[in-house]
Design a protein around this ligand. Structure first.
Ligand code: ZN
Ligand code: ZN
Length: 209
């Protein structure tokens, strides 16, 4: 492809996909490095000020993190492609990248988010767990490297526990609802029995109306 040619939609999509893989791979490892205990308090802790972030908090980072963890990782794909990537594609890629990090930090897991169409994608909930638990879920676009290195085990265990709790709460609610309706039936029948006993004949509901 000549770089002065406007890229076709197919070339644009494939180039952005390549940039996504490059970014995700380098972001995973740079993010893990930023969580390394000896350096974490001095750099990445600032980004973790927000335990339940909002979109704009995505860019709230120490300058070192901004360069190492955000800029360098996003630039990896375009740097590898060199003069094979069109300037327009670089702009489109930056929009995709910034959109993804805003989506991941916004606190809402929108089902209609175009980023959910990406196979093995993370989500706002996925990155929210990283901020609240401060462990695992280091990837950006995909959850592949987290799964390969087992760094999202805690997240999936948390989801499983939460689902079990929700199931148990639902069962308890259903049991309570059944219990109150059967105790209501029992109270009515008790009332009928005691009324029959006192009057000596069954209640004539038509007469009582
Ligand atoms: Zn982090
Ligand atoms: Zn974050």
């Amino acid at each position: 492809m000549e770089t002065d040619e406007i890229p076709s939609p197919g070339t644009l999509a494939l180039t952005i996909l390549f940039c996504m893989f490059c970014e995700d791979f380098t972001f995973h490892f740079s993010h893990r490095f930023l969580h390394w205990k000896p350096i974490y308090p001095y750099i990445h802790k600032l980004h973790h000020t927000y335990t339940s972030p909002i979109g704009i908090a995505a860019e709230y980072a120490h300058p070192v993190e901004f360069v190492l963890g955000n800029m360098m990782t996003s630039a990896m794909g375009p740097l590898l492609l060199g003069d094979k990537i069109h300037t327009l594609t670089v702009f489109a890629w930056m929009a995709v990248r910034v959109g993804e990090t805003l989506d991941g930090h916004c606190g809402y897991d929108f089902s209609w988010s175009p980023y959910r169409l990406i196979p093995f994608s993370g989500s706002a909930e996925y990155h929210d767990f990283h901020h609240s638990a401060n462990v695992g879920n280091y990837s950006s676009f995909f959850s592949i490297w987290d799964t390969v290195f087992g760094t999202n085990k805690d997240y999936f265990a948390h989801i499983e526990d939460r689902n079990k709790l929700e199931e148990a709460a639902k069962d308890a609610r259903e049991r309570r609802a059944k219990g109150s309706s059967s105790s209501l039936t029992a109270s009515i029948s008790n009332a009928e029995t005691s009324s029959e006993e006192s009057s000596g004949h069954p209640i004539d509901t038509k007469k009582t109306k």
